[in-house]
Design a protein around this ligand. Structure first.
Ligand code: WQD
Length: 324
């Protein structure tokens, strides 16, 4: 049994990763500054250390005290729009914080490191086919830049210091394993639509003049439970093949769904069919289509997503009503 340090483990995705590790018989320790994480999301019996990855002394103490053998790094600022207005905070937290964490990992001779990266490293893919891990990375927001720089840090530190690493590029994450674990930040399509429905307003589609089948943007939605399983599979793959070099993997379903399709499905599944989606102006920085090729994750992790959009929407809606 390995003790895993889960930075950001009190967050929406982190809480699901902690539960997946417990179910797999592993021992998580949560390290979270609680700036957006929620203490109540940490299960009974799982140690929670309130701290920042910028605090090297506390990181060293925590790693030593809990005999940490592996790290899954999820702590980061992740709001694309906010990263444009506060780039220095994003670089400090997402890049400098990661650098300090990697120095602590190296100092403790930890050999397994899983990093939360993002499909936003791709920016606006040049063609509208599925993106592979070899697709050119040209992020178009400071957030996406911090994730790409983070991958460089992780891969270089891994190669130089004998750490097996996996960079997992998340696509659009949604859903919840339980109502109390739902995403509380209204910063992505599904909760943003929920908020409008609660106000008696129809979904607002940001542009329908994109070069896609119905003119609205196409994304690859992945259930947070499938995403959490991918972290367990990655940690296992790295520990079973010591110094397996570095893995960089798309974590998506490999299936594109348009904003209009999502908005209509949300309407049906939440019994708001009467609120017909409206179209507004484009949002700056939105690529027309970002959909994953997922062969590499299947090959290297033996993992693929199992849950569909319906489960994402219904579980998110149940969580929304539970929390609101
Ligand atoms: C999805 C689509 C909007 C709200 C996300 C995360 C980012 C990263 C990559 C992890 C876009 C449209 C939205 C609304 C709309 N994930 N939309 N009306 O921008 O694809 O990025 O995945 O690192 O952190 O944010 O996700 O949910 O913001 O938007 O039309 O009310 O829905 O224009 O096309 P995005 P999103």
């Amino acid at each position: 049994m390995t003790t895993f340090l889960i930075t950001g483990g009190a967050g929406y995705i982190g809480a699901h990763v902690v539960r997946a590790l417990l179910a797999a018989g592993e021992r998580p320790v949560v390290y979270d500054d609680l700036s957006t994480g929620v203490r109540a999301r940490v299960p009974e019996g799982v140690p929670l250390v309130e701290g920042s990855t910028l605090d090297r002394v506390l990181l060293d103490q925590t790693i030593a005290r809990h005999e940490v053998g592996a790290v899954i790094h999820l702590a980061a600022k992740k709001q694309v729009a906010e990263s444009i207005t506060r780039p220095l905070r994003y670089y400090r937290e997402n890049v400098h914080g990661l650098q300090i964490l990697l120095e602590a990992v190296r100092g403790a001779r930890i050999e397994t490191f899983v990093f939360s990266s993002s499909a936003s490293v791709y920016g606006t893919p040049v063609d509208d086919g599925p993106v592979t891990e070899d697709t050119v990375c040209a992020p178009i927001s400071p957030y996406g830049e911090t994730k790409l720089i983070g991958e460089w840090l992780v891969r270089n530190a891994g190669r130089a210091h004998g750490i097996s690493t996996a960079c997992l590029r998340y696509f659009n994450v949604a859903g919840a394993a339980a109502p109390e674990l739902a995403d509380t930040s209204v910063s992505n399509l599904i909760p943003m639509v929920f908020e409008r429905l609660d106000a008696g307003l129809p979904p607002l589609i940001f542009g329908d003049d994109y070069p896609t089948p119905d003119g609205t943007c196409v994304r690859d939605y992945i259930h947070v439970e499938d995403l959490a399983q991918a972290h367990v599979a990655a940690a296992r793959a790295l520990s079973e093949q010591p110094f397996a070099g570095d893995l960089t993997l798309n974590i998506g379903r490999g299936e594109g769904v348009s904003v209009r399709e999502m908005a209509e499905q949300i309407g049906v599944l939440t019994h708001h069919e009467a609120l017909i989606p409206q179209v507004g102006p484009r949002r700056v920085g939105d690529p027309a289509r970002v959909v994953a090729r997922t062969d590499a994750a299947a090959k290297h992790l033996g993992w693929s997503a199992r849950r569909g959009v319906r489960d994402m929407i219904t579980s998110a809606w149940t969580g929304w009503r539970f929390i609101r």
